[in-house]
Design a binder for this molecule. Structure first.
Ligand code: ZN
Ligand code: ZN
Ligand code: ZN
Length: 369
């Protein structure tokens, strides 16, 4: 997979067309996934202004701090005019100059820093500010074959880490100690950064976004391990498995784990073009509710993934948009019993033209270590 396939130059043109169609005069993209999607440039996000000025018509301009010009020039798809600024100068007039005329409405990168939002408002007082996501979401929500290959590579890398869990997870070690080993393995498996490491043993397993703690893992405790990182491609991994360490499981745990496993599999199998995000959520939620654990499944079933760890589409009640081929997202139901323990199973999957492809392929049964 070549980097030019992953970040094709014609994406800028597609984005310009979509910008015009949305009634925006330009997109203004500071460092983050929107900028990277269009240019491949993994720009440093700092107090110095980096901003791609992409007019609906005309030549794009990438404004960068002078000390980052070499990095910008080395990016895969920045065959655009680059203008730099030095420390101590005001970079915002460069944005106005790059627009080459008055503008009525601009789309700002969805996750732009507030100080830049306000800087751009001061520089362009007559321009309405909207979200670039209005335009870019529709382009980003369906992944190209190269993007799916990149997500599959990320999935295989995080699967490798889960397959090594027996090296680290045992009673008496703290969640943080195990987490440190996992983080090193996430890098060793090919990720350039570790995005999150959740090692949630016993009662901590009932907190879906726990992280790690200095609490030692007890014998016979279920442990929820949810891990992910970013690959050199920019695409991300995210996979959860639940383990049982050093002893027999709590009495009801095995029962609800079986319910959860069936629910997760049912939701994966429900994925195909045309089914809505809400229906995919219901496919996981209904069997869990039928078994009496409805309130214990306290989050949505899944989120899209790509250059961001969480992006559209969301598998959640109320999302009546049909899934389409090329959409990539997690299927991650969980059951959480406060004060006691919990479980979650998460795979990244892709909606294909006739069904579903799992990008995480390790077994989902409870893994006793
Ligand atoms: Zn989460
Ligand atoms: Zn996760
Ligand atoms: Zn997830």
């Amino acid at each position: 997979m070549g980097i030019d396939e992953l970040y094709p130059p014609d994406r800028l043109i597609a984005a310009q067309r979509a910008t015009a169609a949305a009634g925006l005069d330009a997109l203004l993209l500071t460092p983050g996934s929107d900028l990277r999607y269009l240019t491949g440039y993994d720009a440093h996000a700092g107090e110095r202004l980096t901003c791609l000025v992409l007019p609906a018509e005309g030549e794009p301009t990438l404004i960068v701090p002078r000390l980052e010009r070499p990095a910008a020039e080395a990016a895969p798809n920045t065959g655009v005019r680059i203008v730099d600024h030095v420390d101590g100068s005001d970079p915002y007039p460069l944005v106005v100059a790059a627009l080459d005329g008055p503008v009525a409405a601009v789309g700002l990168a969805d996750r732009m820093w507030a100080e830049q939002v306000l800087g751009l408002r001061a520089a362009l007082p007559d321009a309405a500010q909207r979200l670039a996501g209005e335009v870019l979401r529709e382009l980003r929500i369906r992944k190209s074959p190269a993007e799916i290959a990149a997500l599959a590579e990320a999935g295989a890398a995080i699967d490798e880490v889960h397959l090594r869990m027996g090296e680290w997870l045992r009673p008496g070690r703290t969640e943080a100690e195990v987490g440190t080993d996992i983080a090193a393995a996430i890098r060793a498996a090919g990720h350039v950064s570790v995005d999150f490491v959740i090692v949630a043993a016993g009662p901590n397993g009932a907190s879906p976004h726990h992280g790690t703690s200095d609490r030692p893992i007890g014998a016979g405790e279920p442990v929820v391990v949810d891990i992910g990182g970013t690959m050199p491609s920019g695409y991300r991994s995210d996979c959860t498995r639940t383990y049982l360490v050093g002893g027999p499981a709590p009495a009801d745990f095995l029962d609800y784990y079986a319910v959860l496993r069936d629910a997760q599999r049912a939701a994966v199998e429900a994925v195909r073009p045309g089914i809505t995000g809400a229906a995919a959520d219901a496919a996981a939620r209904e069997p869990i509710a039928a078994a009496g654990y409805g309130p214990a499944f306290l989050h949505r079933t899944g989120h899209g993934i790509g250059l961001d760890g969480h992006e559209e589409p969301y598998l959640v009640d109320g999302n009546d948009r049909p899934l389409e081929a090329g959409m990539a997202f997690s299927i991650e139901p969980g059951i959480y019993l406060a004060g006691r323990h919990g479980a979650r199973i998460e795979d990244i999957v892709v909606c294909t033209t006739d069904g579903v492809q799992r990008l995480n392929t390790t077994p989902t049964e409870l893994i006793a270590l």
